[in-house]
Design a binder for this molecule. Structure first.
Ligand code: UVW
Length: 310
């Protein structure tokens, strides 16, 4: 069954053609010089927070097509030249799914009705070689940096970690803005805290996947109205992955509405706990967020180590 409501909502926030027929950066186009300067002005205290998980065999994945990184040495204690035997080097290689830990979903990560963001046909632009439109390299050049606004929904609700079936609705986002005294402006990256990552960093991958609080798909409309550049969260999929479907037709509807229709990248599995503790202590919930993906040609996502600076 085709959902009329879903299609109506999708049409209302579709940004196809807004930045030109060949655009592959979507809402990152909202990051204009004014947004970047506003971001830089948030660095007032000289504090820095890394929001990325470590990439290693102890990551959040169980295996299957998404497994944890496998890394090994390809050169150890080697000489560059026998003429300089004291000078040695080491090299290594990593085999990992690009989606295995802290990551950006590129605009080519999901699609429906055979089209990516901006109307690019998957029949022309998706193959085993990757996505020849909307690949993550388009996010990497000139990069992803803007003002980050942390919306701490755990603090709003008064818990350490939201219940596994908790759905964050636009009202929660508005209430968090009000409680924290922040306004989301054009080009900001909205960073939503559910607390869920703590189940992994202080517990286990089993606990992490046991319930996943997250955004309700109506948050897509809120982000559209705010002209946000991107959204990131500390759960596995930004939206809740438990029961969230759109009727019997669309799985992960917020992914489709944001990535495919609006052109908004998703940042997933951001570790926000240390940043959130600091924001609660000093009352500054805005920061400069520097989070460029790797420029992996035709990739539908990229691992990242986002840095927040205050
Ligand atoms: C999907 O699996 C579609 O979503 P994600 O990797 O973004 O959570």
């Amino acid at each position: 069954m085709k959902s009329v409501d879903f299609d109506k909502m999708a049409e209302g926030l579709r940004n196809w053609g807004r930045w030109g027929a060949e655009d592959q950066r979507g809402t990152l186009n909202h990051i204009d010089p004014a947004a970047l300067c506003r971001a830089a002005a948030e660095v007032k205290q000289g504090k820095m927070f890394a929001l990325g998980l470590n990439f290693d065999e102890n990551g959040p994945q169980f295996g299957g097509f998404r497994f944890n990184p496998m890394k090994y040495m390809t050169a150890m204690d080697q000489m560059n030249s026998p003429e300089f035997p004291r000078s040695r080097f080491n090299d290594d290689v990593i085999h990992m799914p690009l989606q295995c830990a802290t990551q950006w979903d590129a605009l080519s990560h999901v699609h429906y009705d055979d089209h990516f963001y901006n109307g690019f046909s998957i029949h022309e632009h998706l193959s085993l070689a990757g996505a020849t439109r909307c690949g993550v390299e388009n996010m990497a050049k000139p990069g992803v940096a803007s003002r980050g606004v942390l919306l701490d929904i755990t603090k709003l609700v008064g818990v350490d970690i939201l219940p596994g079936d908790f759905e964050i609705k636009p009202d929660h986002l508005n209430q968090a803005c009000e409680a924290q005294g922040v306004t989301v402006e054009k080009g900001d990256i909205v960073v939503v805290r559910t607390g869920q990552i703590g189940k992994f960093t202080r517990g286990s991958r089993e606990e992490f996947y046991n319930g996943q609080p997250g955004c309700h798909h109506t948050c897509a409309e809120w982000l559209y109205e705010k002209n946000a550049a991107a959204i990131a969260a500390d759960n596995v999929a930004v939206e809740g992955i438990n029961a969230e479907t759109y009727g019997d037709e669309m799985m992960l509807p917020m992914h489709q509405l944001c990535l495919r229709d609006m052109g908004m990248p998703f940042g997933e599995m951001f570790d926000l706990d240390a940043l959130a503790a600091d924001c609660a202590a000093d009352g500054q919930y805005t920061f400069m967020l520097v989070a460029p993906p790797l420029a992996i040609t035709r990739a539908v996502g990229s691992p990242i180590n986002p840095i927040a600076m205050k």
